[in-house]
Design a protein around this ligand. Sequence first.
Ligand SMILES: Cc1cc2nc3c(=O)[nH]c(=O)nc-3n(C[C@H](O)[C@H](O)[C@H](O)COP(=O)(O)OP(=O)(O)OC[C@H]3O[C@@H](n4cnc5c(N)ncnc54)[C@H](O)[C@@H]3O)c2cc1C
Length: 309
Amino acid sequence: MTASDASTAADHAATVESLRWQKFPVLDDGFVALVDCMGDDSSVVQAARVSYGEGTRKVSDDRQLIRYLLRHAHTTPFEMAELKFVVRVPMDCWRQWIRHRTASVNEYSTRYSLAIDSMQGTGDAEWRSQASNNRQGSAGLVPASDGGKLTQAEHELQSLARKVYEDRLEAGIAREQARKDLPLSTYTEAYWKIDLHNLLHFLALRMDVHAQLEIRRYAETIGQRIVAPLFPLVWEAFLDYRVEAMRLTRLDREVIGRLVAQSAGRGFPASHDAFLAAQDPSWAELARSRERDECLDKLVALGLVTRPT
Ligand SMILES: Cc1cc2nc3c(=O)[nH]c(=O)nc-3n(C[C@H](O)[C@H](O)[C@H](O)COP(=O)(O)OP(=O)(O)OC[C@H]3O[C@@H](n4cnc5c(N)ncnc54)[C@H](O)[C@@H]3O)c2cc1C
């Protein structure tokens, strides 16, 4: 180990210690905290060098190697690092979280213990409208004047649900049965251990704009507050090649080709009508096409097309 390796390892150990058990708040009463971390950027590099050979070792090489591995989905070196968290999450969010099967989990038992006396509340200005173009999504906020009534009703429902639960316990009902009418907004806690490869997969899916806002807040907190300082080179590559990358399908590329051909020197951005003229023939007959909308989003982001007015 060189002197520079030793100081990097000491810096990493200090970062782990500064993060360990620090509760980063999420939502109104949730949190994520790092419990333990095995490995750092160099663990990814070390594992990869078994395949690629030691060669000349400089920090810049490590960075390039990590970026190459991430770009080309050479995933196993990222499995060499592991992180353990303790999290406090409302049950509806947890239900999405627990679909990620590649983690080890131990959850608070409401058969064994009293359900946590906390439910996620939604503020007057936090109610979201149903999206019209995505059945799974939300779009925009309901005016706070309407939200106030919803928040009040939520508060009454949560208080009643808690009271019914506690009355059942007082009547001697078993905890495992008394809990059945607690709302999905009730917080649960769990230990969650996962390797870095599968954590990045979780973060890519759950930081994405298509993920529900609540779980997005958890993913962003884990990513930005914990993974970024612990694995700075991996995090940088992850942002560049996963989070902020754009995937162009064959159909998207052909739309761009037709747009370029039909622009005839008029330049970009092309109009929305030009986009419709260049769209994939299989979309043209559809009144609504999600794939066309996704293609438009990409081309607008690239500055190639303007949105319809
Ligand atoms: C925006 C969004 C919307 C969603 N909507 C729905 C929905 O409406 N309904 C619904 O049920 N789910 C929904 N999901 C959950 C989604 O389908 C996945 O179950 C979840 O994201 C976990 O992804 P994963 O399986 O890749 O992750 P993990 O379970 O962590 O697995 C990681 C990878 O390991 C491999 N793997 C793990 N287990 C197996 C296995 N048994 N067999 C083969 N390969 C395996 C796969 O390659 C997988 O990608 C949604 C997820 C997102 C992000």
